[in-house]
Design a protein around this ligand. Structure first.
Ligand SMILES: C[S@@+](CC[C@H](N)C(=O)[O-])C[C@H]1O[C@@H](n2cnc3c(N)ncnc32)[C@H](O)[C@@H]1O
Length: 242
């Protein structure tokens, strides 16, 4: 699927054909509710004042260091589009953003217009796992603080990794006791308030094993108290700009 730049395509929770087991996997409605207009507006204001968050900046820097000239980007769960803007400004050719939150996608579209980048960015609304079969591969794939929003880490990581022709960048919570405690507290509040959204701390070792199985190898990494910023590469892949 190659959507028209600038025009959001709405495919949230579109069910797969009968017989496919993954219909119940769609967490799109929960994500759409969690990342609502209020959250998107707050993100945009923060971004316009301060630029990308610290770990997003780290991810951007690591990917730019690995080369982005003329590359196409697939940004899954890109929120308001900070990674897309930075990589396009650094020489990437175009970007596709796939996000389950319609509010974030609307904010991303407006922000792209404001930066005169809307002609190079396509936005698709939906759960990446549902959209994966018709989503084109890209030289660079990013998931910035996305895997921690999704229960089926194995499917999200493996299917997104298959789309990465050269680089795969992700930001995930560190699997430390304090992050597990934060996730448990979040879940307890969610149960009380009947909010089905969860913050997941998936095992880094499992994520790494899946990425290696998909043919990727670690290239660079940074770490903060709470997050891992990781970039993997596909050995032998040639950058578009060479
Ligand atoms: C915590 S926000 C992060 C936004 C942005 N990447 C950032 O770091 O500021 C997580 C985003 O991932 C999206 N998301 C999570 N799982 C997704 C999936 N399976 N398919 C598409 N979007 C997803 C959510 O809708 C949300 O916009």
């Amino acid at each position: 699927m190659v959507p028209r730049p600038g025009a959001p395509t709405d495919l949230c929770c579109r069910h797969e054909p009968p017989g496919r087991a993954s219909v119940t996997r769609c967490e799109c409605e929960t994500l759409d509710r969690e990342f609502d207009e209020e959250a998107a507006q707050a993100e945009v204001e923060h971004y316009q004042r301060n630029g990308p968050d610290r770990t997003t900046r780290m991810l951007i820097d690591l990917i730019i260091a690995a080369g982005v000239r003329d590359a196409e980007l697939l940004d899954i769960g890109g929120g308001i589009g900070a990674v897309q803007h930075a990589l396009l400004a650094a020489g990437a050719s175009r970007a596709v953003g796939v996000d389950a939150s319609s509010a974030y996608l609307n904010a991303a579209r407006q922000e792209a217009e404001r930066r005169d980048l809307d002609g190079r960015i396509s936005q698709v609304h939906g759960d990446f796992l549902v959209l994966a079969p018709e989503t084109a591969a890209a030289e660079i794939v990013t998931l910035d603080r996305v895997v921690c929003c999704y229960g089926d880490m194995g499917a999200l990581v493996s299917r997104s990794a298959r789309k990465a022709r050269r680089l795969y960048g992700l930001v995930v919570p560190r699997d430390t006791w304090w992050m597990r405690l934060a996730a448990a507290a979040y879940a307890a509040v969610g149960r009380l308030t009947r909010n089905r959204y969860r913050f997941y701390v998936h095992r880094l070792r499992s994520i790494d094993a899946i990425l290696r199985r998909e043919g990727l190898r670690p290239l660079s990494a940074r770490r903060t108290m709470t997050w891992h910023v990781l970039v993997y590469e596909r050995p032998g892949a040639t950058p578009a700009g060479r």
